[in-house]
Write a protein that binds this ligand. Structure first.
Ligand SMILES: [Fe+2]
Length: 227
């Protein structure tokens, strides 16, 4: 039998190349942010710069090369969907670092205020934890909750595969980037490496250069009228 898989969720993986000197400069900058505005209590959750006052790091010139390379990957991602990027203005709406110490993780969340999100692994020791994606709307769920992990424990489902899973983990290597629709629920696995993991995350907003004749995509902010 042949399976015809329709209406997928497309998550893209790419590699960003930076030299070790640049990596050291960026890591030092992020460690400075993290030590200036530390977590208030000892929690199991990672330090995330977006809620600590460091949500626009790409405004700092030292991230210029990195952000330029990430832009290229994001344009390639849009082109997977045959979107004509010539018609768009594309913005980094927010950009921040995450700093995950040993045993820490990030809970499931979405970035519902933007279109596309990404995570680039600036510092990624082995076993420092991958990213998990979850779907709340499983197209193949022929009976409610049939594809939860407990059904595997009870041997109703023989083994998880791409057609019957509500979660999927990607454990990228250092310098890998993962790009996904911002509305996709995601979390991170606990860091088990004994060393810190640093990622750079960001939210991207797309808008039409010229919205004439279009109904759905965001019109250009230059035409917006402030109260
Ligand atoms: Fe996130």
């Amino acid at each position: 039998m042949k399976a015809l898989n329709l209406f997928p969720l497309t998550i893209a993986q790419d590699i960003i190349v930076i030299d070790e000197h640049e990596r050291t400069i960026l890591i030092n900058e992020i460690e400075k942010m993290q030590s200036t505005n530390k977590k208030t209590n000892k929690s199991i959750y990672a330090w995330t710069g977006d809620t600590k006052g460091y949500e626009f790091i790409f405004s700092n010139n030292i991230f210029k090369n990195l952000s330029k390379q990430i832009s290229t990957s994001i344009i390639k991602y849009l082109e997977l969907f045959e979107i004509n990027t010539d018609l768009l203005d594309i913005f980094y709406q927010r950009s921040w670092a995450t700093y995950t110490n040993n045993e820490e993780n990030i809970n499931f969340h979405t970035h519902s205020q933007s279109n596309i999100s990404f995570a680039y692994y600036l510092l990624k020791p082995n076993n420092s934890g991958g990213i998990i994606f979850r779907s709340n709307e499983l197209q193949n769920e022929i009976a409610k909750n049939i594809f939860t992990s407990s059904k595997i424990d009870k041997s109703l489902i023989n083994k998880p595969n791409a057609y019957n899973s509500d979660k999927s983990v990607f454990d990228l290597e250092q310098d890998g980037i993962i790009i996904f629709p911002s509305k996709t629920p995601h979390a991170t696995m606990p860091n088990k490496s004994g060393k810190p993991r640093i990622s750079i995350s960001g939210d991207v907003t797309i808008m039409l250069k010229d919205s004439k004749g279009f109904e759905h995509l965001m019109p250009n902010f230059k035409k917006w009228k402030k109260f």
